[in-house]
Structures are given as structure tokens and as C-alpha cells.
Write a protein that binds this ligand. Structure first.
Ligand code: ATR
Length: 277
């Protein structure tokens, strides 16, 4: 931890609980690498306390904060203004405090796209099939649609996918049981469910039915190589791991708070990955 001056910039990660978050480690790496006079700290805040706590952080001189589960919706409500990314996702993961105003955005979609591109995958190569209709899907669907991609969602609870399709016109829905049938028509498969996470069941899908050249992206990053990605690799499909999304979603916030646009590289990836399990 560097020695701070009286004009150090302050930011942090809001969550409840927040102790599992890798964001302090991630931002700390950049702060140290660039010898920035600033700190990024864990901020355990109950969702119900968000309106008071967020304004309090601003009043205490913080430059802003990231927000993680389960506070992203409460963060949306606590903002004075939200941008298009937050509105479409219905959630805020990045807060910036400026001139006494709280502004919110959602950089998860940006992180998702940047991660695909960093792996040499064109997100707009063809139709995308998403597994899941939760908070992560909500962030991913709009950025794909903005690129003109036809997106299909399969979710265990069909009603949740139908709700999402009402909010995001153009979104197609297929039954969870038909996800393998749908594979052949898609260029990109994205797991946005919690399946495959350490201690959970793996995603079950028949990758032998995939179109040639399918890219498979998992937003789960613990473990780094999920059973889905291992299966995709065994089928000779292109794989995109989820850690990169976490790393890339952090860039816009860091730039806004600390005035420097950091890069995502292998040193950062190794540093954050070394502490995953
Ligand atoms: P997040 O914000 O990470 O997306 P979430 O909003 O809780 O988290 O969403 C979790 C997603 O994983 C949902 O799409 C959920 O499906 P349901 O809507 O049917 O609950 C999906 N999911 C979780 N466990 C699952 C399981 N065992 N089988 C299939 N889908 C599962």
C-alpha cells in the first residue's frame, strides 16, 4: 500500500457482502503500477442503506465507486442521473461523483465486448445464443443488440426470459430444453447463468451440434476454465473465459476516478487469477 497524500483520490467497491470481491486487488494493481496517489477499498453497504451511504461517500470526498451484487439495482435508484448503458441494464455497476451529482453507468456490457475482442472474437459475427436471463444477461443483451446482433435467450425459468424480451424488443426466446437444438444457428454462445461456478453443476449443452466456428464465452471465472469451456476446447471451438470481462469492465471507472486509462494485459490477468480459488 503506497503512502497517500492529503489530495489522494478515493474509490471503492460497494457490495453486501463484499469480502469476496477481486476489485480491490484489480484496481490496486493499476494504482501501484502507475504510482497513483489514490486508494480503492472494499465498502460493505447494505442495499437498504444505499441512498444514504452513496451520498455520504460523495460528501466524504470519494471520486466514485463500483457496485456489485446485490446492490446494483439500489445503486441505480441512488443516482441523480444514469446513462443509456445503466438504463438498458436496469442496474448500475459504476458510480462517478462530480459537482455534487451522482451519475451511474453499467460497464459490464463494455467489459463483455472488450473481452471478446481481446480474444479475437468479433461479437457481431452472427447470431448469439445466451443462457440465462438474470442481471448479467441484462447487461450483455443490449450491447449485442446495439451492434445489430440477433440475440436468442434460453432460461430455465421461461417467464423471466419472456419478461426480458418485452423490455428489449427483438430478443428471441427459446425453451431451456431446446438450447442444444438452437446451437447450430448461432455464431456465439454465452453462459450468463451461475452454472459451472465452483461448487455448482456444470452447464449441460450438446456442443457436437454447434455450428463450425462457434465461439463459446463463459462469464463465470471461478474456475478460470469452466466445464463448459473445457468441453468447447475439446470440440475445437473458440473459447473466451470470463475473467477478462471483469478486468475490462473496470477500465472506465478507473479512468473516471484516477484520470488514467489503464490497460488489461497478461501481468494483470496473472495477478488477479493467482488469487481466484
Ligand atoms: P446474475 O446477476 O449473475 O445474472 P441472477 O440474476 O441471480 O444472477 O441470475 C442467475 C441466472 O442463472 C438465472 O438466469 C438463473 O435461471 P432462473 O431464472 O431459472 O433462476 C440461472 N440459473 C441459476 N441456477 C441454475 C440452474 N441450476 N439451472 C439453470 N439455470 C440456472
Amino acid at each position: 500500500m503506497p503512502i497517500l497524500t492529503g489530495s489522494a483520490r478515493l474509490a471503492g467497491i460497494i457490495g453486501w457482502p463484499v469480502s469476496h470481491s477481486r476489485s480491490p486487488r484489480l484496481h490496486g494493481f493499476w494504482l501501484e503500477r502507475h504510482k497513483i496517489d489514490g486508494a480503492y477499498v472494499p465498502l460493505p453497504i447494505r442495499p437498504a442503506d444505499m441512498p444514504t451511504a452513496v451520498r455520504g461517500l460523495m460528501q466524504a470526498g470519494f471520486a466514485g465507486a463500483n457496485v456489485t451484487i446485490p446492490n446494483k439495482m439500489a445503486a441505480f435508484e441512488a443516482c441523480d442521473t444514469v446513462d443509456e448503458t445503466a438504463r438498458k441494464a436496469g442496474a448500475v455497476n459504476t458510480l462517478v461523483f462530480k459537482d455534487g451529482k451522482i451519475s451511474g453507468s453499467n460497464t459490464d456490457g463494455h467489459g463483455f465486448l472488450a473481452n471478446l475482442r481481446a480474444h479475437g472474437v468479433d461479437p457481431a459475427a452472427g447470431p448469439a445464443l445466451l443462457l440465462g436471463a438474470g442481471g448479467s444477461a441484462r447487461a450483455v443483451v443490449p450491447v449485442l443488440q446495439d451492434l445489430g446482433v440477433q440475440v436468442t435467450v434460453a432460461n430455465r425459468t421461461r417467464a423471466k426470459a419472456d419478461d426480458l424480451a418485452r423490455e428489449l424488443p427483438g430478443l428471441r426466446v427459446v425453451d431451456w430444453d431446446r438450447r442444444s437444438d438452437a446451437l447450430g444457428d448461432h455464431a456465439l454462445l454465452v453462459n450468463t447463468t451461475s452454472l459451472g461456478m465452483h461448487g455448482q453443476n456444470p452447464v449441460e449443452i450438446d456442443l457436437s451440434r454447434a455450428a463450425k466456428g462457434l465461439a463459446v464465452c463463459d462469464i463465470v471465472y471461478v474456475p478460470l476454465e469452466t466445464p463448459l469451456l473445457a468441453a468447447a476446447r475439446a470440440h475445437g471451438l473458440r473459447c473466451v473465459e470470463g475473467l477478462g470481462m471483469l478486468l475490462h469492465q473496470a477500465v472506465p471507472g478507473f479512468k473516471a476516478w484516477f484520470g488514467f486509462e489503464p490497460v488489461v494485459d497478461d501481468d494483470l490477468r496473472r495477478f488477479v487469477a493467482s488469487d481466484l480459488l
